[in-house]
Design a protein around this ligand. Structure first.
Ligand code: SAH
Length: 223
């Protein structure tokens, strides 16, 4: 399976390119050593069409087909850093697998990742990449993640990579007490990245992190 992907890369996709990406992430304020290490070790170029792979280590979102994009490295690093707290995370839900790049980063840092994607062909391609990287602590699901993933709840943390207009109540419900939800929220008027901590069954703490620009969270699935 792995032969299908050039995991090492060369030139614009080499280890040196990943090392330079990490330098630029540090310059942009990413401090978590474990996040930086995961990004240094993960070949982002295999998550992108070969024709665009030369741009894999620049800080850009890139198209992955079906009108979707792989998130820019800085935002992947930032969201992951926000998610990791003091305690180790055993069970994490990602909504919006897309290319699987964010999934691959998470899989190196937490116990188990459940990732849901509404567009089946994207999910299938992501699966091949994660297999090639031998990341076996990942479970991919083809479903509408706006509903979360009730069968596996509660989660220690939830990370959403597409923006709803409002925070879906199901996601808060499926968060363990003390758990964290990282989510971009807002429509065409602009989005904000939020960090929501579930303090008790009835009470959440919301922190606004920064302005972001994600594809919208859509309902229903595409096979
Ligand atoms: N983390 C991904 C981001 C991809 S873009 C990456 O770095 O590649 C966001 C993804 O969310 C898209 O693939 C889109 O199809 C998916 N998405 C949008 N609404 C969704 C929903 N309700 N349930 C599951 N996935 C959804």
């Amino acid at each position: 399976m792995a032969e299908q992907f050039d995991l090492r890369g060369s030139g614009m996709t080499s280890q040196r390119a990943r090392d330079r990406l990490v330098v630029s992430l540090k310059e942009q304020g990413i401090v978590s050593e474990s996040v930086l290490r995961a990004m240094q070790n993960t070949p982002r170029h295999i998550f992108i069409d070969e024709a665009l792979a030369h741009g894999a280590y620049e800080n850009n979102a890139l198209p992955i087909g079906y009108n979707q994009t792989i998130s820019q490295p800085y935002i992947v690093a930032k969201m992951t850093e926000l998610l990791l707290g003091k305690k180790p995370l055993n069970k994490v839900l990602e909504v919006g697998t897309g290319s699987g790049y964010q999934t691959a980063i998470l899989a190196q840092l937490v116990g188990r990742v459940y990732s849901v994607e509404r567009i089946k062909p994207l999910q299938e391609r992501a699966k091949l990449r994660l297999q090639a990287l031998q990341l076996t602590n990942v479970q991919l699901q083809h479903s509408d993640g706006g509903m979360g993933l009730k069968s596996q709840a509660p989660f220690d943390a939830i990370l959403v990579t597409a923006a709803p207009d409002e925070v879906p109540a199901e996601l808060i419900e499926q968060l363990a007490i003390g758990g964290t939800l990282i989510i971009p929220v807002g429509g065409s008027q602009g989005q904000q990245l939020k960090k929501i901590t579930k303090k008790s069954a009835m009470h959440c703490d919301t922190q606004i992190i920064e302005a972001v620009n994600f594809v919208p969270l859509l309902s229903g699935v595409i096979s």
